[in-house]
Design a protein around this ligand. Structure first.
Ligand code: ZN
Length: 134
């Protein structure tokens, strides 16, 4: 699992250049910063510079740091961003996660198969009809 790659759905730029998923974020006031995410689905420790202050419950725009595309995918539900994960066998999955700071929900999707992670995964249960898997 730690060898999984994560790429932007638009430019296919590598979003995990080293050990963390690296994404750009924009706050409502226009401030931008980088956030590092744990590549293990269901782990929500994040890293960012102390000058880029994040408040639980605030909605961010999540942007590709390579091509700057907005990663929000409103075709499924609001406040979810989408990136792609490629496992060691080359299988590709859509990974959806909340753009709200502190919201712990992640969905791994391939075809009709949905795996949900995180204690807040029930928030979007209606969209995929899945129960959270801890
Ligand atoms: Zn991109």
């Amino acid at each position: 699992m730690e060898n999984n790659d994560f790429v932007c759905p638009y430019c296919r730029g590598q979003l995990k250049p080293h050990v963390k998923i690296t994404l750009a974020a924009r706050k409502k006031d226009g401030t931008r910063g980088m956030i590092l995410f744990n590549p293990k689905l269901g782990e929500y420790d994040i890293y960012h510079h102390p000058s880029f202050k994040l408040v639980d419950g605030e909605l961010l725009d999540i942007l590709c740091p390579v091509c700057h595309a907005n990663l929000a995918d409103k075709t499924v539900a609001k406040n979810l961003a989408k990136i792609l994960m490629i496992d060691e066998k080359g299988e590709e999955y859509q990974i959806y996660f909340s753009e709200i700071v502190g919201m712990k929900c992640t969905y791994q999707i391939k075809g009709d198969t949905v795996e949900a992670y995180g204690e807040d995964a029930g928030e979007y249960q209606n969209y995929w009809g899945v129960s959270p898997r801890y």
